[in-house]
Write a protein that binds this ligand. Structure first.
Ligand code: PLP
Ligand code: COI
Length: 363
């Protein structure tokens, strides 16, 4: 079933209807061995903004986008995105984790980039529609994989003077993914980057595509030098811990307190905000969000990276030029507190542990 519609960047797209409540058979995918890559699923959501309003939006099978050579996104990088996941729970339900916070963060991001925010309720409805339509791609419970959901938005009409576009497209695609870092739960080695990720009063706190474009040279350099990721310090003083290119930091003190850096130029990670609640309310640990100086990092017992893609990935070592910080938790496994945080968070996401009110959205 489908109907031909024309979108505002001139494409004929096939409008596909959701399949109702019929449970789809899973795709024949080697779920256990998936990496963090793009697997094209069957349906995606698209809505266009023109003449000051978003259209009704629909699902389409067309994964290609055609646009004018002068589109705002191509000339001045006017684009932003989100990332969340859908999981199969132990009892076979398909759920997403706190999508309302992604909807709100994308709203805030759009405002900062002079883009028309996509309404929060419509974002939630669109996530539901896309996941439902691609339920065959939601990895089975216990496979270690999940369905990554990528909402994004970009300026689509021609813009040559430096100004915001007048027309936009909001889309959501999904792709089944495994661990973000090769090696799964093996502790990572980071380096302190010589490049900055975000300027004071800049765009580090929003999910703008431009933040990631300018981090590419830093990550390629880190990989060339044998590191898994960068630790960015604050650009103004280079004394405080910020985050990595795609995750926030979590530290554990020697007396089991969970500490996470507070900074106006890091992305307010939904995983980190959730973990601080998990630490306090599920594990009875003290948890604090505060400035963390690089100088004190050597005194922590455990370190991890947290984010939708990273989940919680342990860090074993941080290299700052000729100095090394080796965490006592070592290079073979997660430290005990990070492990408990990981088990509890993933337990909540997979339905093994009762979630706080409003965290789990059933598809
Ligand atoms: N920091 C950056 C720069 C990110 O790109 C992400 C990923 O979204 C995160 C942190 C983690 O945020 P969240 O937990 O909301 O996925
Ligand atoms: C996410 O965790 O959703 C992100 O957007 C991070 C990105 C590096 C994949």
């Amino acid at each position: 079933m489908g109907c031909k519609i024309k979108n505002n960047i001139g494409q004929q797209i096939e409008k596909a209807e959701p399949k109702g409540d019929v449970k789809m058979e899973k795709k024949n995918i080697d779920w256990e061995n998936l990496g963090f890559g793009y697997v094209q699923a069957d349906q995606r959501y698209v809505s266009n903004y023109k003449n000051g309003a978003w259209d009704d939006g629909c699902l389409t099978q067309n994964a290609e986008i055609t646009m004018n050579e002068c589109a705002g996104v191509l000339q001045y990088a006017q684009t932003c995105f989100e990332g969340l996941k859908a999981y199969t729970t132990e009892d076979g339900r398909t759920v997403t984790f706190r999508p309302d916070l992604n909807a709100q963060r994308m709203h805030d991001t759009a405002e900062r980039l002079e883009m028309p925010p996509f309404p929060v309720e419509r974002f939630l409805d669109a996530v539901k529609k896309v996941v439902k339509a691609n339920e065959a791609y939601v990895p089975p419970y216990g496979s270690g994989a999940s369905l990554y959901i990528r909402p994004y938005m970009f300026g689509s009409n021609p813009v040559i003077g430096v100004k915001p576009a007048d027309e936009y497209q909001f889309r959501i695609f999904v792709t089944p993914v495994g661990p973000y870092f090769k090696g799964g739960a093996k502790p990572l080695t980071l380096c302190v980057s010589d490049f900055d990720r975000a300027a004071p009063h800049g765009t580090g706190h929003i999910k703008a595509g431009l933040n990631y474009a300018m981090s590419l040279h830093a990550i390629v350099t880190a990989h060339k030098n044998g590191f898994d990721e960068n630790m960015y310090l604050d650009a103004a003083t280079r004394t405080k811990v910020e985050e990595t290119g795609g995750a926030n930091f979590l530290f554990v003190t020697k007396d089991n307190k969970v500490v996470t850096p507070k900074s106006p130029s890091i992305l307010p990670s939904i995983t980190r905000r959730s973990l601080m609640i998990v630490a306090k309310e599920y594990l009875g640990l003290e948890a604090e969000e505060r400035e963390v100086t690089f100088e004190e990092v050597k005194d922590f017992a455990e370190c991890g990276l947290c984010g939708t893609a990273a989940v919680i990935s342990p860090v074993g070592k941080i290299v700052d030029h000729d100095k090394e910080i080796c965490f006592p938790s070592g290079m073979t496994q997660m430290g005990p507190v990070i492990q408990k945080l990981y088990d509890t968070l993933t337990g909540i996401q997979m339905g093994r542990i009762k979630a706080p009110e409003g965290w789990i959205y059933e598809i």
